[in-house]
Ligand binder design. Structure first.
Ligand code: AMP
Length: 419
């Protein structure tokens, strides 16, 4: 058998690749209009960035990282998420010393060794936004709104927003002990007990029904928030209401990364089955310090491109799939092929999406190519046309064909496309 992509990964090929591009653009669009600048970090980092930044007790660090020693003996990890690298980059670039908050967005591929299934891949795409250096609850609301806008701009109707506060270093320790004690009285398997010992909050994230049933009576963080966290959370909820962003309080929402504090949120889509989270994020006020930086209260999100594409399909929303060209050029004969090279350049320089029948195809085969290209106009250049300094311009919808002078073919084409 010929070589295949590795398990849990996929190729993006036309025409569906165009949908992914559109989704990336749509999800990043609102943040770009709100002062977020583009950031790009390497696809691999020193393993410590994730071990310290994401947290040793998380599934991501404990089980899912692609980690290897490079030829220089350094432990390297393919990025499983974007926040820790962005914080690392901000600290390295000293951006925290300038205007705050530092607002950044990114898009790219991320890598987790997960059990592959529909909507869960080992190489997947996210669009992310981060705002570093402010604890203003209005910033929490801004980010949530920007994510909600991205999904809405794509036409998604049935996304739901789940919202919680995870407390902070003042109130979470007491909650953690109360939860730990309560979990100690449950009938949990060995593996889950081990997770509970490392980080009891992670058990709340367990999706298995037999675990969820037992969790019915455990203490909730919402009952343990300190005054500062309560005030912050109430402010965020108030701003979201002002913005008309609907949300559901979900006091068990902990998410899979250790660095979250206070606001945490997830967007879910009910058309996706088990992998229903299409995006999520939250505050990570302690992450900068975990990476040897100064205190830098921050908030961000990552939205899943693949699952957003699946959500669009579940709602029956079709984004235009083809990157269509508007004009297709058919050269017949060697002289016409030569003339076509500069004609293509002139049309494209004028901003007209143009393709051509390569390979010296005859008229019939080339016109089939014109049909398939989806172009609105076809310019046919035969030897006789060339001798008369014209091209035959065919309107593909009406079939009407008229000669246009090569001297002003770009102008003529533009005018006909505008009609
Ligand atoms: P996380 O970084 O885990 O908070 O994930 C943010 C978003 O990325 C999720 O809501 C998903 O939409 C998406 N995502 C996370 N892991 C995967 C995966 N393995 N395959 C596809 N999408 C994923």
């Amino acid at each position: 058998m010929s070589l295949q992509v590795p398990k849990g990964t996929y190729d993006l090929l036309p025409p569906t690749s165009a949908v992914h591009l559109k989704v990336r653009e749509a999800l990043a669009g609102p943040a770009r209009l709100a002062g977020y600048g583009y950031v790009e970090t390497p696809v691999f980092e020193d393993t410590a960035v994730f071990a310290r930044g994401v947290g040793e007790s998380t599934d991501i660090v404990a089980k899912e990282m692609y980690t290897f020693d490079d030829k220089g003996g350094r432990s390297i990890t393919l990025r499983p998420e974007g926040t820790a690298p962005v914080v690392r980059a901000v600290l390295q670039g000293g951006l925290q010393n300038g205007q705050l908050p530092v607002k950044l967005w990114y898009a790219g591929s991320f890598y987790r060794y997960e059990r592959a299934q529909k909507g869960r891949y080992r190489s997947f795409a996210q669009v992310g936004a981060e705002a570093l250096g402010s604890d203003d609850p209005a910033l929490d609301a801004e980010l949530v709104w920007l994510a909600a806008r991205g999904f809405a701009d794509l036409g998604l109707q049935t996304t739901r927003l789940l919202l919680n506060s995870l407390g902070d270093s003042e109130c979470r320790p007491a909650y953690r002990s109360a939860l730990s004690e309560s979990l100690g009285g449950l009938d949990l398997d060995e593996d889950t007990r081990r997770r509970a010992a490392m980080n009891p909050l992670r058990v709340l994230d367990d999706k298995r029904p037999q675990v969820q049933e037992q969790l019915a009576g455990v203490p909730l963080i919402s009952e343990h928030l300190c005054a500062g966290c309560r005030e912050h959370h109430d402010a965020v909820r108030g701003y979201l209401s002002d913005l008309g962003v609907a949300f559901t309080d979900e006091p068990r929402l902990v998410r899979g990364l250790d660095y979250y504090t206070r606001t945490t949120f997830e967007f879910v889509h009910d058309g996706l089955g088990a992998q229903s989270a299409i995006g999520g994020g939250g505050r990570y006020d302690g992450l900068s310090q975990a990476l040897d930086g100064p205190p830098l209260p921050s908030i961000g999100w990552a939205l899943g491109v693949d699952r957003t594409v699946l959500a669009l399909a579940a709602e029956g929303i079709e984004l235009t799939q083809r990157e269509r060209c508007e004009v297709y050029v058919v050269p017949l004969g060697a002289a016409a092929r030569r003339r076509t090279v500069s004609l293509l350049a002139a049309l494209r320089l004028a901003g007209i999406a143009t393709d051509c029948a390569y390979g010296g195809r005859g008229l019939k085969g080339a016109m089939k190519g014109a049909d398939r290209s989806g172009a609105r106009l076809t310019l046919v250049l035969g030897d006789r046309d060339l001798a008369g300094d014209v091209a035959q311009c065919k309107d593909m919808a009406s079939g009407e064909q008229t000669p246009v002078a090569l001297a002003d073919v770009v102008e003529q084409t533009r005018e006909r496309l505008a009609q």
